[in-house]
Design a binder for this molecule. Structure first.
Ligand SMILES: Nc1nc2c(ncn2[C@@H]2O[C@H](COP(=O)(O)OP(=O)(O)OP(=O)(O)O)[C@@H](O)[C@H]2O)c(=O)[nH]1
Ligand SMILES: [Mg+2]
Ligand SMILES: [Zn+2]
Length: 271
């Protein structure tokens, strides 16, 4: 299957339609497990869904408020990128709606892990220029839940894109899945942006239990000190990661994200 970001060779027919004859080799790609089909329950294999290929930077976009920031979603998106060897930055949008304390908490939380964090507000034009500067010369993928402001940020940066922007449901505080297909646009010479539909769920694809810890950056310093090299940092004796959590060297919030993801991987292996 051809995905956004692929380099292809194609022929144009006389009637103006085209036929792709070759898809270039992918430098990398970002994927997840295809969403569950409604009514199919929890059974059945979930295939890999590729979101985009040849990506230089994934921008994990989250609002801080409306919809409420969900660090587990952010961490899952980070894992999807880390496991594909794609660089990640984080955009915390709608800072006009949240209080400063909370904004600063999450900004510091992710920057201490070593990620670039952009705090933005589209409505108040905060942080937008910083995002713009960091996009230059790259293929940039914007990914996150519905309603966080992916399309709004891109419109604000490049008004010619003129993407549809949706509302937030009063009842659920969630977006309404306004963007329905992923599109890549060249916005400056050598600079591309890919807007994507908001996700409902994000289960990274093809990650083994014993590898998951490697995609939590800050675990890396400890993993090699675990007693067993197949350690999943759950309850194994001599686990250096658990020890680091106990000593507050690894943040418990991230460790809980890790356990939550590990559980998802285990559940999927059980059918
Ligand atoms: N207050 C405030 N509202 C914002 C901000 N950015 C976006 N919004 C609003 O949030 C709503 C959703 O924005 P979208 O850009 O459609 O969100 P999206 O992430 O593209 O959503 P999907 O396409 O559904 O995935 C719109 O009503 C925007 O006006 C912001 O910085 N502050
Ligand atoms: Mg959108
Ligand atoms: Zn361990």
């Amino acid at each position: 299957m051809v995905v956004v970001g692929d380099e292809v060779e194609f022929d144009i027919n006389e009637d103006g339609t085209g036929v792709i004859s070759e898809v270039g080799e992918r430098k990398n790609y970002i994927s997840r497990k295809a969403p569950r089909i409604k009514g199919a329950g929890h059974r059945g294999e979930r295939l890999e869904q590729i979101i985009a290929s040849n990506v230089d930077m994934l921008y994990v976009v989250s609002s801080i408020f409306s919809p409420q920031l969900n660090e587990r979603t952010i961490d899952r998106l980070i894992v999807a990128a880390e496991s594909s060897h794609v660089s990640v930055s984080i955009i915390l949008n709608k800072c006009d709606l949240s209080d400063e304390k909370e904004t600063n908490f999450w900004r510091d939380f992710y920057s201490q892990l070593g990620y670039d964090v952009f705090v933005t507000s589209v409505t108040e034009n905060i942080g937008i220029n910083e995002v713009r500067a960091s996009l230059e010369g790259k293929v940039n993928l914007f990914w996150g839940s519905s309603g966080v402001g992916k399309s709004s940020i891109l419109n604000s940066l490049f008004p010619e894109l003129d993407f549809n922007v949706g509302e937030i449901s009063d009842a659920s505080d969630k977006g309404k899945h306004t963007t329905v297909t992923s599109v890549m646009n060249q916005v400056l010479e050598g600079t591309y942006v890919i807007d994507t539909p908001g996700i409902r769920e994000i289960d990274p694809y093809g990650i083994k239990k014993e590898d998951l810890g490697h995609y939590f950056k800050e675990f890396e310093d400890y993993i090699h000190d675990c007693k067993f090299n197949t350690c999943t940092h759950q309850h194994e004796p001599g686990c250096a990661v658990i020890e680091a959590v106990d000593e507050e060297e690894i943040d418990i919030i991230r460790y809980k994200s890790y356990l939550n993801l590990l559980e998802t991987i285990e559940e999927d292996m059980n059918f």
